[in-house]
Ligand binder design. Structure first.
Ligand SMILES: *Cc1c(COP(=O)(O)O)cnc(C)c1O
Length: 421
């Protein structure tokens, strides 16, 4: 469910007509709905209400500080994967005690920064990493709560590029080696084992891989406790998928996911942490784009937009589908059209959809890519020297630009020509 609906024939974000934003801010532009974002966070929070828990929003899905502040003020924790994301969460007012640090390649500099500024827990992924963290924490005279990310060797049955829980993936420590790893970690100074971490992938549309992974985590909890470790938290990762096409069957909802967690690990008395990103932000954002041209090609029509792969890379990178709808609602019974929907970037990969049947539109019309809130603006770039796409937040009848579009001068000013040229 989201808050992007037609009213009187015009697509709105909550109570704001989107043509107004397109006119004032220009296109392309991302627009987020505060109500949708918060609603999704609360669905997860409610799904775990049966026990102690913290929903740690995966900052990488959509990391604008205004979005983080909305979620942080509502009580969310944050899952960060870099010092930059940590700094964003702190800038949004989220205390260190609610931030977990994940990722396979944390550097010494990043460790020093988060240890010096407060962190709830660090999720460890390899032996050289936990040896380094032990040294850094000891030098700084602190003891840091840690979990080890285990790789349960479960196939999440999702896109190749976002599966993370199979044994051939780069993430975590094979679950079969977990007991010896925990023994090593527990013996190192500066580290305090507090739990187990697992994250098997993104855009999962079936609960079964979660169930398999969490069952393995439950067994491991018992074994580690028998070995004398204090396992008081389980970080169960993110990954619940969203429906990108309205015509698709709906994936499981947070309440069903929460029930799987309860079934598999609820009896262990652990505090549950989860790290959802996509399901919180995905349907809370759209990308607005204007039609530049409709070009007749050989046996096909191209819808050429002013948005491109540098603004929304998911179709080019993952073959992802986004529904594309016009801001002016088509009249009932209006004939649809079929287009190859493309951007202006000089690569054939800059294609949003091939042979897409959608509302017929013309030059100057504005369209919205639905479900673009997650892994959208965060992956944008200035490729082809297209200024970074702006972001707008809507809350009820209010709206504000939360990342302005840089001017061409802003863009050029960041570069310098050495004086020996
Ligand atoms: C990407 C990621 C997430 C979030 O995944 P979603 O599919 O967006 O919910 C959570 N935890 C870790 C460790 C991740 O890498």
């Amino acid at each position: 469910m989201d808050h992007f609906l037609y009213r009187d024939g015009v697509l709105q974000a909550e109570d704001v007509p989107l043509p107004e934003i397109a006119r004032v801010v220009g296109t392309p532009a991302y627009v987020y709905s505060a109500a949708t974002l918060l609603r999704h966070y609360r669905l997860f929070d409610d799904a775990l209400a049966w026990g102690p828990h913290l929903v740690c929003y995966a900052v990488k899905a959509a990391s604008n500080v205004a979005l983080l502040k909305l979620l942080g003020d509502a009580g969310a924790g944050m899952d960060v994967v870099s010092e930059g994301e940590y700094r964003r969460a702190r800038a949004a007012g989220v205390p260190g005690e609610r931030i977990v640090f994940s990722g396979v390649g944390k550097t010494e500099g990043e460790m020093r920064h988060v240890l010096g500024n407060g962190i709830r827990q660090i999720n460890l992924e390899s032996e050289p990493e936990y040896r380094l963290l032990s040294r850094v924490a000891s030098e700084m005279g602190v003891e840091v709560p840690v979990t080890v990310r285990v790789n349960p060797d479960v196939d999440a049955k999702t896109h190749e590029k976002i599966a993370t829980g199979r044994k051939e993936d780069k993430f975590g420590i094979p679950i079969a080696r977990a007991r010896e790893t925990y023994a090593e970690v527990a013996a190192l100074p500066g580290l305090r084992v507090v739990g187990i971490d697992v994250h098997i992938g993104s855009q999962l549309i079936d609960l079964d891989p979660f169930r398999q992974a969490y069952r393995k985590v439950a067994d491991l909890t018992e074994s580690l406790r028998a070995d004398g470790h204090s396992i008081e938290r389980l970080d169960l990762g993110g990954g619940l998928g969203i429906p990108y096409a309205r015509s698709n069957a709906a994936p499981p909802v947070p309440s069903e996911y929460g029930q799987v967690i309860r079934d598999e690990v609820g009896h262990l008395g652990c505090e549950i942490e989860i790290e959802p990103g996509r399901l919180i932000a995905g349907n809370a954002g759209i990308l607005l784009a204007s039609v530049t041209y409709v070009k007749q090609g050989e046996g096909r029509d191209f819808l050429i937009l002013d948005a491109a792969m540098n603004d929304l890379i998911r179709p080019a990178m993952y073959g992802a589908h986004h529904d594309i709808v016009p801001l002016r609602e088509p009249a009932p019974g209006a004939e649809p059209a079929t287009y190859d929907v493309v951007g202006p970037v000089c690569e054939s990969g800059d294609t949003f959809a091939k042979g897409r049947t959608m509302a017929a539109v013309g030059a100057g019309d504005v369209v919205a890519f639905r479900s673009a809130g997650a892994y959208g603006a965060v992956m944008s770039s200035e490729y082809n020297s297209r200024p970074m796409v702006p972001e707008v937040l809507v809350d009820g009848a209010d709206w504000a630009v939360i990342r302005p579009r840089p001017t061409y001068d802003d863009m050029l000013r960041r570069e310098t020509v050495p004086d020996w040229l």
